[in-house]
Design a protein around this ligand. Structure first.
Ligand code: FAD
Length: 521
């Protein structure tokens, strides 16, 4: 019988099949030749001690045990070209996984995406980075694959439903992701690998008879007697259907404004906002691994930190080891930061959003905007940062210790943020209470992570698109909008997901709800 084992080994042993076999052989008191195969089920790093260990969960197959390499297969998708149509707005993880699930259920998705396909998007990313030009339909947030395409591709989530998470990870493997994501405690894909996976998902949708329309922005939603009739695009084209999955992400401000104008129920939602901090990766490695040099066997170290400061949570968000800070504005006249990493995470800097949880009462100065009050608060900070940094895609920046002392940095060294930085006292970007919390918080972080509080770290402002500032409320059981029949608010933009995996799970759930109502299984 195959045996399951939980063991702790050195990084050398974990990385070397023959050393691992020796180790397991000794543990089980058997000769190596008796071990047929070892499958790694789970892998995580334990960096609590100076001597770093790797935790492994294994299945050990002895000679004579039945061992079969696990092949992850794509589901058996039917052809849906002539089946009932469902409109899916947005080709982010929520929209794409909704479309795949609709096909599995025998329904035809029509995916409508304002941005370009994943390759065409690249030209627009270059234009933001090099020429400071923001295309409001094709950028780091908009386009095929959604906001997560040019990202670190972290695939962890706080979702408690492991079955749902495993299904999405397995689908990603079936579409070309490395099987390591099924094993690692903190899996990630990397910005260089994600585009091909996304393209393969799109090809499958089309092969099965679904439709994917790029450069097609939804400008109106057709509703009659509180029931969905279809959509209108920027060219005036009408697409009709009585089921609509709205998965437009947290940056589709025009969609929130449209819903507001049409008196379709939306509400303000708290989110988090702050800065993006960049440290030398070697410094983060030395803090996290308690060593001068990480070596070849350990990955660039991540970190995760949270403190209560001034009655609010201040925490690291979307940390990218060996990564780059990206310009994530979606309109001219604003600056926004976020981060990405290649699959090897081999850049020399580590960046992370460091954000503070906001409360609905923080949006009071914008109360006249009703449900859009948080959105206007967010916009005002992004626009102020744009103005302070010189009205281009440069961002305001400050050295970390200088920030805690309210001192303008005399110069900002080159950072990974390609459009460049302008030295600004970041207290000018944020309302006073946020500046105060950030100042205290960085001092607190420095106490927990010795070396973190340093002028070798550069703060870039703002990190403002952490989650949606608006919720599009839906029924907890049917997932249908509370007021509009046939409308399924979905993913991060509706306020029901945060991150690639949870958005993909939510996309599948919305599709399943539609399937249930249409008696499709
Ligand atoms: P989105 O991915 O935002 O997709 C929405 C789509 O709708 C977009 O493609 C948009 O173009 C389209 N759309 C919007 N309006 C319209 C319209 N009017 N008509 C037609 N189409 C429209 N999450 C992680 O889990 N791990 C990470 O490592 C990670 N890194 C990130 C790095 C960056 C740079 C960014 C920006 C985000 C990152 N995220 C990460 C967050 C993650 O990308 C999002 O949580 C996730 O993509 C949300 O999925 P979604 O499908 O709900 O929305």
């Amino acid at each position: 019988m195959p045996q399951e084992l939980l063991i702790q080994v050195t990084p050398e042993t974990a990385a070397n099949e023959s050393l691992l076999k020796d180790h397991v052989g000794k543990l089980l008191k058997v000769a190596n030749s008796e071990i047929q195969h070892i499958t790694i089920l789970k892998r995580s790093i334990d960096a609590r001690q100076k001597a770093i260990k790797i935790n492994l969960k294994l299945t050990v197959y002895m000679q004579g045990d039945v061992f079969q390499e696990q092949q992850i297969q794509l589901p058996d998708y039917p052809n849906v070209a002539n089946e009932q149509e469902v409109i899916v707005v947005g080709a982010g993880p929520a929209g794409l996984f909704a479309a795949l699930q609709l096909i599995e259920l025998g329904l035809k998705p029509i995916v409508v995406e304002r941005g370009k396909d994943v390759r065409g998007r690249r030209r627009d990313l270059k234009a933001i980075n090099r020429d400071h030009l923001v295309n409001k339909d094709s950028n780091y947030c908009f386009g095929e694959g959604g906001a997560g395409t040019y990202s670190d591709g972290k695939l962890y989530t706080r979702s408690k439903k492991r079955g749902d998470v495993t299904r999405i990870l397995e689908l990603l493997v079936a579409y070309g992701a490395t099987p390591d994501i099924l094993v690692d405690a903190h899996p990630h894909i990397g910005t260089n690998k994600l585009p091909q996976i996304i393209q393969d998902i799109r090809d499958k949708i089309i092969e099965c008879g679904g439709q994917v329309l790029f450069e097609t922005r939804v400008t109106d939603i057709l509703v009659k007697q509180n029931e969905i009739q279809g959509i209108v695009t920027q060219t005036g084209q009408t697409i009709t259907a009585n089921k609509l999955i709205l998965a437009t992400g947290h940056s589709a401000r025009d969609i929130y404004e449209l819903l507001g104008r049409k008196k379709i129920f939306i509400e303000a939602k708290p989110f988090a906002l702050g800065v993006r901090a960049e440290h030398p990766q070697s410094l983060i490695d030395s803090i996290q691994y308690s060593c001068d040099y990480r070596g070849e066997l350990l990955p660039p170290a991540p970190y995760s930190i949270v403190k209560q400061v001034g009655g609010r949570g201040m925490y690291s968000f979307c940390m990218c080891p060996g990564g780059v800070i990206a310009p994530c504005a979606t309109s001219p006249g604003e600056v926004v930061t976020n981060g990405w990493s290649p699959s090897k995470r081999d850049q020399v800097t580590a960046n992370s959003g460091i954000v503070i949880e906001l409360k609905l009462e923080d949006f009071k100065p914008y109360a006249k905007f009703g449900a859009l009050a948080g959105l206007e608060f967010q916009k005002s900070i992004e626009q102020k940062a744009w103005h302070l940094a010189g009205e281009s895609q440069k961002v305001p920046a400050q050295k970390m210790i200088d920030f805690t002392k309210s001192k303008v940095s005399s110069e900002i060294p080159k950072t990974s943020y390609v459009p460049g930085t302008t030295s600004v006292e970041l207290g000018q970007v944020f309302p006073g209470f946020l500046t105060q919390i950030l100042r205290e918080g960085f001092t607190e972080f420095g106490k927990s992570m010795k070396g973190y509080l340093t002028n070798d770290a550069i703060l870039h402002a703002p990190e403002s698109r952490t989650s949606s500032p608006v919720r599009i409320p839906r029924d907890a059981i049917t997932y249908e909008h509370l007021q509009i029949k046939g409308l399924y608010p979905c993913g991060e933009g509706a306020g029901y997901a945060g991150g690639i995996i949870s958005a993909a799970i939510d996309g599948e759930k919305c599709a399943l709800m539609i399937g249930a109502i249409l008696n499709k299984k």
